[in-house]
Design a binder for this molecule. Structure first.
Ligand code: MIG
Length: 794
């Protein structure tokens, strides 16, 4: 048995020669504002309850606790009142809310969390909390048998058990693989799921380098490299609850414009106006749906941001108008580097108004990026964000509604791949070095972009895509996973990455379909497009110097199959939009690992080669060449093969047929979802059909104008549909829950299809028109708006 002398502030060495210091014994308790201050021998520990299930622990190596919140914490979370009962005994302090008990042992400091039944949820290890002679802080927690999820954009498995996760936004062109831990985004948040299914989580709010060591069998450690430990503890008890709480704390994705949910086509680069027009014409002539075309760096004049190349794109406004008439939006790339060029107005203004990053001595920081030597805006300053946002006005006036932020880690062409960590950021009056704020740089850039665009777009929703980000990025931008390669392995790896991003508060994520670098091939592009159609962000993008990978690039049968899956994206769009709306209100991801919906199923703890689109459509993509069959795990319930109608009892594996033109898809019995006919872009009118897979279940379909913020004033529709099986009868009921916008459907009958059923004996309901297709076993119903109930007897 070790006594407390084991961690008395006597320093102790660990194998790598680092000396650890602990906060020591707790000597007293103070209250300051709504935070408790535990006065320890060597530090002050702030303890602040934000809700009954969410509290914050802040280590301060100063006389008083420093409790200023990080910039991404939502104001509503910081002001909420929580009733906390605080008591003291000889050995400990005891804090109790309606849901949790936090016990802080005095000799030495050691924090434990219990639920109200007295079950231990989490506790500090003997090593506890402290710092090292290298100046970083740490906290070690007991954990035995936990599975770990979240951590944002990371390579490797869905379940991060046994790994080390490091957070430092990095531009990685070298092939992404499970060994590369630092990519473009850093989300220092994770879920820990105990073997009994109980879930708790930690968010380490520190935008410098942080590290999560999950290798030990019975403990894990959180560590910072700069700044003092500032963590939030969440008690689930479910994964879903935890995502909701985390996004309550750091914010939720605003509803994107509907067009951003369509198919996006990109290339580094479509280099001229002529090339872009030809591309657009190809889509429309071949009737392949597409909403968005991207302009990569070639559109600029020598890579000067906010300019157009004089000969490649001589009349941007005219081009954009023509494309818009044809239903296309154009999203240009905007990088942070501002070319050092005395004749360039943005550089002139940036200098004149002191917007660029500098050293403490006042020297400008200059880094080499695409435009050559460049200055970088100091986005940590609100004043500079405002300026940058305003600079988009020319693009907005030309008709741009979406911006693609790249290189915002920031990526610099040098040894460290980023800005000098000694650069001093203004940080709204609280200057800090780049090393301390690094992971916030890209987020602040996208925030400036989103807010600037929003101000200029006359009530329309902007779309921003970003490569770099930090916790809270979901409030400003969609995220793509950067420079992947056209490898089957990268297609496979993108799934746990996107699923974990969803569990980390970022529902709007995707990878470059087809792969960015290296030559893709016909089969890979086909399989990648199939799964891309069911991922939240759906963009085909490829790099300069490699084969073209537009949908038609490989001829038949590939072109036809790719087209069909892009069409399916649009057929599922009304449901996808509903899922996006759900994500924007609850934080729940659009695509979900099975463990989110079936947390007690031991077959899905680390399953990520299949996922759920919403809660009840299961997508089982093909991730390897020449696979025409695959094993699919179906969780409990009855699952219907989308392609064949075959019904399977879950809780077991099935072998699915998956010839090139088929990606296995299963719909759970009882599912209702809103679908639509194929349209060429989201500007076209789409007829809604409600799809029913016989069983018990309900659905609420959300819709609005897809473009403006009027939905926040009630201009949206909610239509609920439920179905219930009783013996031979299927009872269908629908209601208009909320009618706030004119969809063009008013007065039109409600259309429904019940899939894979026998020919009914009778269909009851006033004026209901029903038809039955024997071949597809589909029952189609058309119900007048004044009829709310239909009974189908089989
Ligand atoms: O150093 O703008 O990830 O999508 O096409 C490469 C050119 C810069 C990296 C992005 C990629 C983009 C490319 N950019």
């Amino acid at each position: 048995m070790q006594g407390s002398e084991a961690i008395k502030p006597e320093n102790y060495e660990v194998k790598d020669g680092v000396t650890y210091f602990s906060v020591g014994e707790v000597l007293g308790l103070d209250k300051s504002g709504n935070a408790f201050e535990l006065l320890c021998e060597n530090a002050v520990v702030g303890l602040q309850f934000l809700t009954d299930k969410l509290f914050r622990v802040k280590l301060s190596r100063q006389a008083k606790a420093q409790m200023t919140f990080g910039p991404m914490i939502e104001t509503h979370a910081t002001v909420a009142k929580v009733d906390v009962l605080a008591e003291e005994s000889a050995e400990s302090y005891h804090f109790e809310t309606a849901e949790l008990v936090v016990e802080v042992q005095k000799q030495p400091y050691r924090l434990s969390v219990y639920d109200k039944q007295g079950t231990l949820i989490s506790a500090d290890t003997l090593r506890g909390m402290g710092w090292t002679d290298k100046n970083g802080t740490f906290c070690s927690k007991d954990a035995a048998g936990e599975d770990f999820y979240g951590f944002g954009e990371k390579t490797g498995d869905l379940n991060k058990k046994g790994s080390v996760q490091s957070m430092w936004n990095t531009d990685v062109y070298a092939p992404h693989n499970p060994e590369i831990n630092e990519l473009y985004e850093s989300i220092p948040f994770f879920h820990a799921k105990k073997p009994d299914g109980t879930v708790y989580g930690f968010f380490l709010d520190n935008p410098g380098k942080t590290r999560f060591d999950l290798q030990a069998k019975d403990s894990f450690r959180l560590a910072t490299e700069t700044g003092d430990l500032d963590y939030y503890f969440f008690y689930g008890p479910t994964l879903k609850d935890l995502v909701a709480q985390y996004t309550y704390l750091t914010g939720r994705m605003p509803l994107p414009p509907k067009w951003a949910l369509g198919y996006h086509q990109s290339r580094y680069s479509y280099e001229t106006e002529g090339e872009v027009r030809e591309l657009a014409n190809n889509f429309r002539n071949m009737q392949i749906p597409c909403d968005v075309i991207y302009l990569d760096i070639h559109y600029m004049d020598e890579y000067r941001v906010f300019t157009w190349h004089p000969t490649r794109f001589p009349q941007p406004k005219h081009l954009l108008e023509d494309l818009r008439d044809d239903g296309f939006r154009v999203v240009p790339i905007v990088d942070p580097g501002v070319k050092k060029d005395p004749k360039y107005p943005i550089y002139q203004q940036g200098l004149a108004f002191d917007h660029f990053c500098k050293y403490i001595e006042g020297d400008l920081y200059i880094g080499k990026v695409w435009p050559g030597e460049s200055a970088l805006p100091d986005f940590t300053d609100g004043r500079t964000r405002q300026w940058w946002g305003e600079k988009h006005v020319g693009l907005v006036e030309a008709g741009i509604e979406g911006i693609w932020n790249d290189m915002n880690e920031p990526a610099i062409f040098n040894e460290t791949k980023t800005m000098d960590v000694n650069v001093m950021h203004r940080n709204d009056g609280d200057p800090k070095t780049h090393g301390e704020l690094h992971n916030l740089y890209g987020l602040y850039m996208s925030m400036a972009t989103y807010e600037g665009m929003k101000e200029q777009m006359g009530g329309k929703r902007p779309f921003v895509l970003t490569r770099a980000g930090y916790a809270g990025i979901q409030k400003y931008a969609a995220v793509w996973t950067g420079d992947n390669r056209s490898f089957w392995e990268h297609l496979e790896m993108s799934l746990p990455m996107i699923l974990n991003m969803g569990l980390s508060g970022i529902p709007f994520a995707g990878a470059d379909v087809g792969g960015f670098a290296f030559d893709t091939n016909a089969e890979l592009l086909t399989r990648w497009t199939q799964v891309g159609a069911f991922l939240p962000y759906f963009r085909n993008h490829s790099a300069i110097g490699f084969v073209r990978q537009e949908p038609w690039s490989f001829g038949e049968p590939y072109g036809r199959i790719i087209k069909r899956y892009i069409e399916m994206r649009y057929e599922f769009l009304p449901h996808l939009y509903t899922l996006f709306h759900e994500a924007s209100t609850t934080g729940l991801p659009v695509v979900r690992p099975l463990v989110l919906e079936y947390p007690l199923d031991s077959n899905v703890r680390n399953l990520s080669d299949q996922f759920l689109f919403g809660s009840n459509i299961l997508v089982a993509p093909i991730l390897r060449p020449d696979q025409t069959m695959r094993a699919v795990y179906l969780p409990e319930g009855t699952w219907i093969d989308f392609h064949t109608g075959e019904s399977h009892e879950g809780g077991r594996h099935v072998l699915a047929e998956a010839q090139l033109e088929r990606m296995p898809l299963y719909v759970k019995a009882g599912t209702v979802y809103a679908g639509g006919n194929v349209i060429q872009h989201t500007g076209e009118k789409q007829e809604i059909t409600y799809h029913l897979y016989k069983g018990n279940g309900s659905y609420v379909h959300y819709d609005d104008n897809g473009e403006t913020f009027d939905y926040q004033q009630g201009q949206f529709n909610l239509l609920s549909i439920s179905q219930r099986v009783d013996g031979e009868k299927l009872y269908i009921h629908w209601d208009l829950e909320h009618q706030g916008f004119e969809s063009g459907a008013s007065g039109q009958p409600i259309r429904m299809q019940v899939h894979f059923v026998e020919e009914p004996k009778r269909v009851e309901g006033d004026g209901v028109v029903s038809t039955y297709d024997r071949e597809t076993r589909t029952l189609s119903l058309s119900v007048g708006r004044n009829v709310h109930d239909v009974v189908v007897e089989f």
